[in-house]
Design a protein around this ligand. Structure first.
Ligand SMILES: Cc1cc2nc3c(=O)[nH]c(=O)nc-3n(C[C@H](O)[C@H](O)[C@H](O)COP(=O)(O)OP(=O)(O)OC[C@H]3O[C@@H](n4cnc5c(N)ncnc54)[C@H](O)[C@@H]3O)c2cc1C
Length: 500
């Protein structure tokens, strides 16, 4: 009998979470297919190694950009015409909007989607997306639509939610409570803009209480209802309603005209938001982009900066002397790279995430819903995306997501030693969802470990401005006090480029 048939879903997280031996795993049928694990755990080792080397080459540039995620890329695009270098520690660019190539097709290993933009969104981000030929203004609906319509998810395929053995059309099921909740959110229509820096100061007081305190104050919420809200908060913000601010929570439900006739389009290519990375890459000169380049030191000069970079492939240290630095990498590493700047960011909490791409072969599944939510006593598993809602091409790939509390960074990174159990657990959940054993169809599993993946918008986070410019050093990225969303990442890069 398949071992999975009698594993209790609720206990699984603890088996993994407590770090049981994942190297020698004897349950399930895992040996039938390969598991590839990708993580950044070696950063510390590489940084230490770089200390043993002198500078091999010195290069001058006007601007050095750290981090080729959405923010760093947007900064580079905005600086077009100015001498700039964009470096990233990874061989593949994109950061949390990265992708993996499976059988010549790209699949998301992080951010999976964006939505059409209302007319009231910030001009700078819209202008960049328009110049990249990604969006076009729709006069009738007063919104910006995506040009590549083939990546817009069909409304009837958007979502299905598993909960207590049943499948529902959405996470928040229709009820009187849901209607009261939407009525409570209603006054914020059009006020929850992106980028978040443009939110009017007179509603910023909502940043000083949690979403759960706010909801409990105004509604007779039930535990079932809060479970659904918590699920949605985890899914987009990496923290539950008792962690994230009311401002972040309300923003989630009101930043676009959801629940109205103007329902925004969901844009989700198989490569997810790596689509935007590629569009920006096409805009840049490939010589200015340096993958496998870890920034290990940042030193202020009388005029400008020295930035030391460890070239991972060449095993050598290069010093860039530049007038300006845009730091768009995650800020927890500033602790080692530039401790003085870390003081601005030492209150940012990051949720670790795990993304698991499961490649299936053959006609394994009948249903083709795009987002498959999964609510269970395991609060960490957030369901999966099914590539067949995005394209009919190639093998079917299911992309599963886990989000953990911020104290679990090490546990997530330790899975580098063996992710068999979490893969087994994921397949169990998916089998439960489809009421079918998918083991015989699994060809390959790819596990991506993201240690400091998503800044959690806890109370106070969105009101503190961390995007300062001092002596030519400027910060960008969603972890500067913005929501972990594509449009905010994009805008933070554009504004950093404007500041220097
Ligand atoms: C699992 C997951 C799913 C998500 N899903 C969505 C979604 O569907 N839609 C959405 O809008 N948003 C989503 N997000 C949020 C996403 O993080 C943002 O939308 C956006 O991609 C963040 O971009 P960024 O440039 O700010 O940061 P990052 O993507 O974190 O990029 C930072 C880059 O800096 C590099 N770096 C860090 N330190 C150094 C150093 N010392 N030297 C060199 N390079 C360095 C890193 O390698 C990385 O590439 C998701 C996030 C996660 C983790």
């Amino acid at each position: 009998m398949n071992r999975r048939a009698f594993i209790k879903i609720g206990t699984l997280f603890f088996a993994v979470g407590m770090g049981c031996n994942t190297k020698k795993y004897e349950g399930g049928k895992l040996t039938n297919y390969p598991i590839t694990i990708d993580s950044n755990r070696s950063i510390g080792h590489l940084a230490r190694k770089s200390l043993l080397h002198g500078i091999s080459q010195e290069i001058k540039t006007d601007v050095l950009i750290v981090g080729a995620g959405i923010a760093g890329m947007a900064a580079a695009c905005s600086l077009k015409g100015r001498d700039n270098i964009l470096c990233d520690l990874n061989p593949h660019l994109g950061g949390t909007s990265g992708a993996i190539t499976i059988d010549n097709q790209q699949f998301s290993q992080g951010a999976h989607y964006d939505m059409s933009y209302p007319g009231y969104y910030g001009e700078d981000g819209l202008e960049l997306l328009e110049s990249l030929n990604i969006i076009v203004y729709n006069n009738t609906l007063d919104r910006w639509d995506f040009k590549d319509k083939q990546h817009v998810i069909k409304t009837e395929l958007e979502e299905r939610c598993y909960r207590n053995g049943q499948l529902y059309p959405s996470v928040l099921v229709d009820s009187e409570l849901k209607q009261n909740f939407l009525d409570l959110m209603h006054p914020y229509n059009g006020k929850m803009v992106l980028p978040t820096t443009q939110i009017n100061a007179n509603i910023k007081n909502l940043d000083h209480l949690t979403f759960s305190v706010y909801l409990n104050k105004y509604l007779p919420v039930t535990s079932d209802f809060m479970e659904a809200i918590d699920y949605q908060m985890m899914d987009d913000y990496g923290g539950k309603s008792d962690q994230v601010s009311a401002l972040a929570g309300i923003h989630y439900y009101r930043c676009r005209p959801y629940y109205s006739k103007l329902e925004p389009e969901i844009f989700s290519p198989t490569e997810g938001n790596y689509y935007f990375i590629q569009k920006m890459m096409n805009h840049l000169n490939s010589e200015q982009v340096k993958p496998n380049s870890l920034v290990v030191g940042l030193e202020k000069l009388q005029k400008g900066w020295d930035v030391d970079i460890w070239e991972v492939t060449n095993e050598r240290k290069v010093r860039y002397t530049c007038k300006n630095v845009i730091y768009a990498g995650q800020k927890h590493l500033l602790k080692y790279i530039h401790p003085e700047s870390y003081k601005i960011f030492n209150d940012v909490k990051y949720a670790p995430w795990i993304v698991i791409n499961i490649e299936l072969q053959g006609e394994s599944i009948d249903e083709d819903f795009w987002q498959n939510d999964f609510l269970s006593t395991n609060g960490q598993f957030l369901g999966f995306i099914n590539s067949r809602a995005q394209t009919k091409k190639g093998n079917r790939v299911l992309t599963a997501y886990y989000c953990y509390p911020d104290i679990y960074h090490h546990m997530v990174q330790d899975l580098e030693n063996g992710a068999n159990e979490i893969v087994d657990q994921t397949i169990t959940f998916i089998n439960t969802y489809f009421k079918k054993d998918l083991d015989p169809f699994i060809k390959h599993v790819y596990v991506k470990l993201l240690g400091h993946a998503m800044p959690i918008p806890v109370p106070g986070y969105l009101s503190k401005n961390r995007e300062v410019e001092k002596d030519g050093l400027s910060f960008a990225g969603v972890d500067t006090g913005r929501l972990p969303l594509m449009f905010d990442a994009l805008d933070s890069g554009i504004q950093a480029a404007k500041r220097i």
